[in-house]
Design a protein around this ligand. Structure first.
Ligand SMILES: C=C(O[C@@H]1C=C(C(=O)O)C=C[C@H]1O)C(=O)O
Length: 99
């Protein structure tokens, strides 16, 4: 069902819930690669990788604009996601360092 075919909020929220499930599955898949990145890093100081982050944000800003996705929404979501994954990396690197 397209957004403009939704007749009420329940229709809209059903579709949003479906999209949430898709996003969650992709996040779980993404996490596996972030965990592998953490394994390949030797020190907790390597977790943030600001140049890589800047590259991602620049790329997704351009792609968001092409998709008609609000660029503020895109950058906020990606910055928040990357912050959370950096924290996970740091936790994993520390856990590995202590074992
Ligand atoms: C996954 C990496 O580590 C961190 C997490 C990133 C991400 O979630 O995309 C990107 C860069 C780093 O902040 C990486 O260095 O590539």
């Amino acid at each position: 069902m397209q957004a403009d075919e939704c007749q009420n909020l329940a229709d809209v929220r059903y579709q949003i819930d479906l999209i949430n499930n898709s996003i969650l599955a992709l996040l779980a898949k993404r996490q596996k690669y972030v965990e592998r990145a953490a394994q390949l890093k030797k020190d907790i100081s390597e977790a943030p990788a600001p140049a890589r982050r800047a590259q991602i944000i620049e790329k997704i800003t351009q792609e968001a604009a092409q998709l008609g996705l609000d660029t503020n929404v895109a950058t906020a979501v990606f910055n928040s996601m990357i912050d959370a994954f950096i924290a996970l990396e740091q936790k994993n690197i520390l856990k590995h360092a202590n074992t």
